[in-house]
Design a protein around this ligand. Structure first.
Ligand code: 13P
Length: 210
Protein backbone atom coordinates (compact mmCIF):
# COMPACT_ATOMS: atom_id res chain seq x y z
CA UNK A 1 0.00 0.00 0.00
CA UNK A 2 1.42 3.43 -0.85
CA UNK A 3 1.72 6.21 1.74
CA UNK A 4 -1.47 8.02 0.75
CA UNK A 5 -3.51 4.82 0.93
CA UNK A 6 -1.98 4.09 4.36
CA UNK A 7 -2.92 7.58 5.57
CA UNK A 8 -6.50 6.98 4.45
CA UNK A 9 -6.52 3.52 6.06
CA UNK A 10 -5.36 4.98 9.42
CA UNK A 11 -8.14 7.60 9.30
CA UNK A 12 -10.78 5.02 8.32
CA UNK A 13 -9.75 2.60 11.07
CA UNK A 14 -9.56 5.43 13.61
CA UNK A 15 -13.13 6.43 12.74
CA UNK A 16 -14.32 2.84 12.92
CA UNK A 17 -12.75 2.41 16.39
CA UNK A 18 -14.28 5.70 17.53
CA UNK A 19 -17.73 4.98 16.11
CA UNK A 20 -17.84 1.66 17.98
CA UNK A 21 -16.74 3.19 21.30
CA UNK A 22 -13.27 1.61 21.28
CA UNK A 23 -11.67 5.08 21.26
CA UNK A 24 -12.96 8.29 22.82
CA UNK A 25 -11.83 11.90 23.18
CA UNK A 26 -8.16 12.19 22.25
CA UNK A 27 -7.20 8.78 23.67
CA UNK A 28 -5.33 6.21 21.59
CA UNK A 29 -2.82 6.36 18.76
CA UNK A 30 -2.01 4.42 15.60
CA UNK A 31 1.25 4.07 13.64
CA UNK A 32 2.33 2.27 10.48
CA UNK A 33 5.87 1.39 9.40
CA UNK A 34 7.11 2.79 6.07
CA UNK A 35 10.28 1.79 4.21
CA UNK A 36 12.12 4.78 5.72
CA UNK A 37 10.20 5.75 8.85
CA UNK A 38 6.64 5.80 10.18
CA UNK A 39 3.24 7.40 9.93
CA UNK A 40 1.95 8.33 13.41
CA UNK A 41 -1.31 9.88 14.56
CA UNK A 42 -0.83 13.43 15.91
CA UNK A 43 -0.88 14.14 19.63
CA UNK A 44 -4.23 15.22 21.11
CA UNK A 45 -6.06 14.20 17.94
CA UNK A 46 -9.39 12.36 18.04
CA UNK A 47 -9.12 9.00 16.24
CA UNK A 48 -12.66 9.56 14.96
CA UNK A 49 -11.77 12.77 13.12
CA UNK A 50 -8.27 12.30 11.66
CA UNK A 51 -7.26 14.31 8.59
CA UNK A 52 -5.07 11.95 6.49
CA UNK A 53 -2.94 14.88 5.23
CA UNK A 54 -2.07 16.01 8.79
CA UNK A 55 -0.92 12.59 10.08
CA UNK A 56 2.70 12.92 11.29
CA UNK A 57 5.44 11.60 8.99
CA UNK A 58 8.56 10.49 10.91
CA UNK A 59 11.98 9.56 9.54
CA UNK A 60 13.83 6.37 10.53
CA UNK A 61 15.19 8.12 13.67
CA UNK A 62 11.73 9.24 14.77
CA UNK A 63 12.18 12.91 13.74
CA UNK A 64 9.11 14.75 12.45
CA UNK A 65 9.34 15.41 8.70
CA UNK A 66 5.83 16.70 8.02
CA UNK A 67 2.31 16.87 9.46
CA UNK A 68 1.20 17.74 12.98
CA UNK A 69 3.21 17.09 16.19
CA UNK A 70 3.21 13.29 16.70
CA UNK A 71 1.68 11.33 19.58
CA UNK A 72 3.37 11.60 22.96
CA UNK A 73 3.55 7.77 22.80
CA UNK A 74 5.82 7.85 19.73
CA UNK A 75 8.74 6.45 21.81
CA UNK A 76 6.57 3.55 22.89
CA UNK A 77 5.56 2.72 19.29
CA UNK A 78 9.17 2.92 18.11
CA UNK A 79 10.25 0.64 20.96
CA UNK A 80 7.77 -1.98 19.67
CA UNK A 81 9.09 -1.68 16.09
CA UNK A 82 12.72 -1.87 17.15
CA UNK A 83 12.12 -5.08 19.11
CA UNK A 84 9.81 -6.66 16.51
CA UNK A 85 11.27 -6.71 13.00
CA UNK A 86 8.03 -8.10 11.55
CA UNK A 87 5.79 -5.38 13.04
CA UNK A 88 4.09 -3.30 10.32
CA UNK A 89 1.69 -1.39 12.58
CA UNK A 90 1.14 -0.57 16.26
CA UNK A 91 -2.17 0.42 17.88
CA UNK A 92 -2.69 1.77 21.40
CA UNK A 93 -6.17 2.26 22.89
CA UNK A 94 -7.87 3.19 26.16
CA UNK A 95 -10.72 0.75 25.43
CA UNK A 96 -12.87 0.37 28.53
CA UNK A 97 -12.69 -3.34 29.36
CA UNK A 98 -8.96 -3.65 28.71
CA UNK A 99 -8.34 -0.59 30.89
CA UNK A 100 -10.53 -2.14 33.61
CA UNK A 101 -8.41 -5.31 33.57
CA UNK A 102 -5.24 -3.15 33.64
CA UNK A 103 -6.45 -1.81 37.04
CA UNK A 104 -7.04 -5.21 38.68
CA UNK A 105 -4.71 -6.01 41.58
CA UNK A 106 -4.57 -9.78 41.12
CA UNK A 107 -3.39 -10.29 37.53
CA UNK A 108 -0.34 -12.29 36.40
CA UNK A 109 2.04 -9.74 34.78
CA UNK A 110 3.53 -12.43 32.53
CA UNK A 111 0.20 -13.78 31.28
CA UNK A 112 -2.73 -11.50 32.01
CA UNK A 113 -5.52 -13.55 30.41
CA UNK A 114 -6.29 -17.13 31.44
CA UNK A 115 -6.87 -19.27 28.31
CA UNK A 116 -10.62 -18.77 27.89
CA UNK A 117 -11.06 -18.72 24.09
CA UNK A 118 -9.20 -19.90 21.00
CA UNK A 119 -9.14 -16.46 19.34
CA UNK A 120 -7.52 -14.86 22.38
CA UNK A 121 -4.69 -17.41 22.08
CA UNK A 122 -4.48 -16.99 18.29
CA UNK A 123 -4.56 -13.21 18.03
CA UNK A 124 -3.61 -11.74 21.42
CA UNK A 125 -1.14 -14.42 22.47
CA UNK A 126 0.50 -14.13 25.87
CA UNK A 127 -0.46 -10.65 27.13
CA UNK A 128 2.16 -9.01 29.37
CA UNK A 129 1.50 -6.26 31.93
CA UNK A 130 3.94 -3.30 31.85
CA UNK A 131 4.33 -1.38 35.13
CA UNK A 132 2.66 2.04 35.47
CA UNK A 133 4.42 5.18 34.25
CA UNK A 134 2.72 8.40 33.12
CA UNK A 135 1.56 8.57 29.47
CA UNK A 136 4.38 9.69 27.18
CA UNK A 137 7.10 9.03 29.80
CA UNK A 138 10.27 7.56 28.32
CA UNK A 139 10.32 5.05 31.21
CA UNK A 140 7.03 3.68 29.85
CA UNK A 141 8.62 3.20 26.41
CA UNK A 142 11.59 1.48 28.09
CA UNK A 143 9.26 -0.85 30.06
CA UNK A 144 7.54 -1.76 26.79
CA UNK A 145 10.88 -2.26 25.02
CA UNK A 146 11.88 -4.85 27.64
CA UNK A 147 8.72 -6.88 26.96
CA UNK A 148 8.20 -6.34 23.22
CA UNK A 149 10.68 -9.00 22.03
CA UNK A 150 8.57 -11.72 23.71
CA UNK A 151 5.07 -10.18 23.53
CA UNK A 152 3.27 -8.46 20.64
CA UNK A 153 0.44 -7.57 23.04
CA UNK A 154 1.18 -5.52 26.15
CA UNK A 155 -1.19 -4.05 28.72
CA UNK A 156 0.03 -0.82 30.31
CA UNK A 157 -0.95 -0.85 34.00
CA UNK A 158 -3.81 1.55 34.85
CA UNK A 159 -3.72 2.82 31.26
CA UNK A 160 -4.54 0.49 28.33
CA UNK A 161 -3.42 -1.99 25.69
CA UNK A 162 -0.76 -1.67 22.96
CA UNK A 163 -0.50 -4.24 20.18
CA UNK A 164 1.89 -4.75 17.23
CA UNK A 165 0.80 -6.59 14.08
CA UNK A 166 2.30 -7.47 10.72
CA UNK A 167 -0.16 -5.01 9.10
CA UNK A 168 -2.61 -2.35 10.26
CA UNK A 169 -5.50 -4.82 9.86
CA UNK A 170 -3.67 -7.48 11.88
CA UNK A 171 -2.86 -5.05 14.72
CA UNK A 172 -6.44 -3.75 14.85
CA UNK A 173 -7.95 -7.24 14.76
CA UNK A 174 -5.67 -8.29 17.61
CA UNK A 175 -6.42 -5.26 19.81
CA UNK A 176 -10.17 -5.72 19.20
CA UNK A 177 -9.82 -9.37 20.25
CA UNK A 178 -7.91 -8.19 23.33
CA UNK A 179 -10.73 -5.80 24.26
CA UNK A 180 -13.34 -8.52 23.69
CA UNK A 181 -11.36 -10.99 25.82
CA UNK A 182 -11.08 -8.43 28.63
CA UNK A 183 -14.87 -7.95 28.50
CA UNK A 184 -15.46 -11.72 28.64
CA UNK A 185 -13.09 -12.07 31.57
CA UNK A 186 -14.91 -9.37 33.52
CA UNK A 187 -18.29 -10.97 32.69
CA UNK A 188 -16.97 -14.28 33.98
CA UNK A 189 -15.30 -12.97 37.12
CA UNK A 190 -16.29 -14.96 40.19
CA UNK A 191 -17.68 -17.86 38.15
CA UNK A 192 -16.07 -21.30 37.95
CA UNK A 193 -14.28 -21.46 34.57
CA UNK A 194 -13.57 -24.28 32.16
CA UNK A 195 -10.23 -23.13 30.74
CA UNK A 196 -8.57 -24.46 27.60
CA UNK A 197 -6.04 -27.10 28.62
CA UNK A 198 -2.27 -26.63 28.09
CA UNK A 199 -2.53 -29.24 25.30
CA UNK A 200 -5.32 -27.29 23.56
CA UNK A 201 -3.31 -24.06 23.86
CA UNK A 202 -0.19 -25.75 22.44
CA UNK A 203 -2.23 -27.09 19.52
CA UNK A 204 -3.56 -23.59 18.73
CA UNK A 205 -0.03 -22.16 18.87
CA UNK A 206 1.12 -24.89 16.47
CA UNK A 207 -1.71 -24.30 14.01
CA UNK A 208 -1.80 -20.51 14.25
CA UNK A 209 1.68 -19.20 15.19
CA UNK A 210 1.62 -15.49 16.04
P1 13P B 1 -1.59 11.30 22.24
O1 13P B 1 -2.79 12.21 22.08
O2 13P B 1 -0.32 12.09 22.46
O3 13P B 1 -1.49 10.34 21.07
O4 13P B 1 -1.80 10.45 23.54
C1 13P B 1 -3.01 9.76 23.70
C2 13P B 1 -2.83 8.54 24.53
O5 13P B 1 -3.52 7.57 24.30
C3 13P B 1 -1.84 8.57 25.64
O6 13P B 1 -1.65 7.30 26.15
Amino acid sequence: MNENRLREAIAQIGKSLYDRGLAHGSAGNISVRLADGWLMTPTNSCLGRLDPARISRLDASGNLLSGDKPSKETFLHIAMYRERATAGAVVHLHSVHAVAVSCLADIDPNDVFPPITAYAIMQVGRLALAPYFPPGDEALAEAVRKLAGRHHSILLANHGPVVAGSSLDAAVNAIEELEQTAKLLLLLRGQPLRLLTPGQVAELNRRFPN
